[in-house]
Design a protein around this ligand. Structure first.
Ligand code: KIV
Length: 515
């Protein structure tokens, strides 16, 4: 085993799934497992097979498919140090080319006294027995000493030595309660490396919860101390405050590889996709300011930063957005933006301005930006006087019907009147009623822009509240906004989308006149 290589152990489907409201069915787990395979993680912990028949089947399916693919990762399941758990886990991971059984028992005084009601000797004996039993079913056996960071270090060293003698191949020392501070966690591993004579026979592993927001920092401290497996989850999903975020820890190890002197073999271009998939399957929204995969991770809004980025990207970016699967950095035009960013966007739209023209335009831009959160291309055309701001609608929504519900494929029918008076009707399906209606509108208009922003808020209160939808779409290098309001949020969405499409058609004509 290459001593510099960090094993990435993904536990989105086990620890991640333990986050409140995030449990996944077999079909969903399979989708995530396939994406983890594309990412190239080394180990997929697919679940806790004894917990339910569904979970056992899910892990088995992953083992049979992803676990048998070319360059398959190890497929792992979790088991308490209980015979029934280990046998269920063995059955679930068996079809994989490289099965792993992960056994866990708590080792801290607080858990022994109040949860397990066992003595240290009893826990040690159970751990040894369980590792031996697991080894009958798999060559790869991981032992976790739950609540390691609150365990007496001498006892921890004793149990680690014993489970290695019993045949464990990986030993994980989790910060189960997210209690550790980075240098303390690193020191715990340094002590274990010094105190345990057979430690070189196994891969030592880190697993950190995020209760104090330190899981990534703690995992990196463990790597610095010599640990070679990092357990983590997509979007940092996990029990309570979550687990170590895979995308953050991987990009930290990659970006600062020279400092760590280690390497990771992850196809990082799949990170953004993995994040979106897990977010859509669990319904847990990724905050815009989340490192690596948040919507603002590569978005620049202040004038000083935009000026720097336009001169030399690395002034404010330490990673290339394409390396994590984000198409490009974005420079949002806001009231904090400066002349350089405005000029750059206007050039992109086909305008070449003299210094005087730019100065005048900048004053108008600032006045608008003070009133509006973002200034889009359609706003710039209006500011430049090429458009009146009152778009003559090429298309008007005459009628919308949408059908959705449990067990029904969301479907929408739209009837749209063109400027020339022609009536066109189209029907489409989608992931939801909004998506079905935008798909039907696309069919009528013959365009397929990317919907890059969608926002819904109530503009009046009460049961008959009006919902206002604002959207942002992108096509052919143009970013356009649209708005629509109605007491029916699907209609408000369709109106907002059509409003953006009308502006897009107009902006396209303006842009082509200029180029
Ligand atoms: O947090 C924890 O201790 C765990 C173990 C099973 C690794 O999830």
């Amino acid at each position: 085993m290459d001593n510099k290589r960090i094993i990435i152990f993904d536990t989105t489907l086990r620890d991640g799934e333990q986050a409140p409201g995030c449990s996944m069915g077999t079909e969903q787990k399979m989708q995530v497992a396939e994406q983890l395979y594309r990412l190239g993680v080394d180990v997929i912990e697919g679940g806790f097979p004894v917990s339910s028949l569904g979970d056992l089947e899910a892990v088995k399916n992953i083992a049979k498919t992803v676990g048998r693919a070319a360059n398959a990762p190890e497929i792992c399941g979790l088991a308490r140090c209980v015979e029934g758990d280990i046998k269920a886990c063995a059955e679930a991971v068996k079809p994989a080319k490289r099965p792993r059984i992960h056994v866990v028992i708590a080792t801290s005084e607080i858990h022994l006294e109040h949860k397990l009601h066992m003595s240290q000797d009893q826990v040690l004996a159970r751990a040894v027995e369980s590792v031996k039993l697991a080894r009958k079913y798999a060559d790869s056996v991981e032992f976790s000493a739950e609540d390691s960071t609150r365990t007496d270090i001498h006892y921890l060293a004793k149990i680690v030595e014993a489970v290695i003698n019993a045949g464990a191949t990986t030993v994980n020392l989790p910060d189960t309660t997210g209690f550790a501070i980075p240098w303390e966690y690193g020191d715990m591993f340094r002590k274990i490396f010094e105190m345990v004579p057979n430690v070189h026979k196994v891969v030592m592993s880190t697993h950190c919860q995020d209760d104090l927001g330190l899981s990534v920092a703690n995992s990196l401290a463990a790597v610095q101390a010599g640990v070679r497996q990092v357990e983590c989850t997509i979007n940092g999903l996990g029990e309570r405050a979550g687990n170590t975020s895979l995308e953050e820890v991987v990009m930290a190890l990659k970006t600062r590889a020279a400092l760590f002197g280690t390497k990771v073999d992850i196809n990082t271009k799949e990170l953004a996709k993995a994040s979106r998939l897990v977010s859509s399957l669990t319904g847990v929204v990724v905050p815009p300011n989340k490192a690596i995969v948040g919507a603002n991770a590569f978005a620049h809004s202040s004038g000083i930063h935009q000026d720097g980025i336009l001169k030399y990207r690395q002034t404010y970016e330490i990673m290339n957005p394409e390396d994590v699967g984000v198409a490009e950095s974005t420079l949002l035009l806001t009231s904090r933006s400066g002349r350089h960013a405005l000029e750059n966007r206007l050039n992109h739209l086909g305008y070449k301005l003299s210094k005087k023209q730019l100065d005048d335009m900048f004053v108008r831009f600032k006045a608008l930006a003070d009133k509006k959160r973002y200034v889009f291309d359609d706003d710039l055309f209006v500011l430049m006087g090429d458009e009146s701001g009152e778009v003559k609608d090429d298309y008007t929504l005459e009628y919308l019907q949408s059908v959705s519900g449990t067990g029904v494929a969301p479907t929408a029918t739209v009837r749209i009147k063109t400027l020339a008076g022609k009536i066109i009707e189209e029907t489409a399906t989608g992931d939801g009623p909004v998506n079905a209606s935008t798909n039907a509108i696309d069919k009528v208009v013959g365009l397929k822009p990317k919907l890059i922003g969608y926002n819904l808020h109530a503009v009046t209160s009460g049961q008959d509240a009006q919902g206002e939808v604002s959207v942002r779409i992108e096509e052919g290098g143009l970013t356009i906004s649209g708005r629509g309001a109605s007491t029916d949020v699907i209609e408000a969405s369709a109106k907002a989308y059509l409003n953006a499409l009308n502006k897009l058609s107009s902006a396209k004509r303006t842009k082509s006149k200029r180029s």
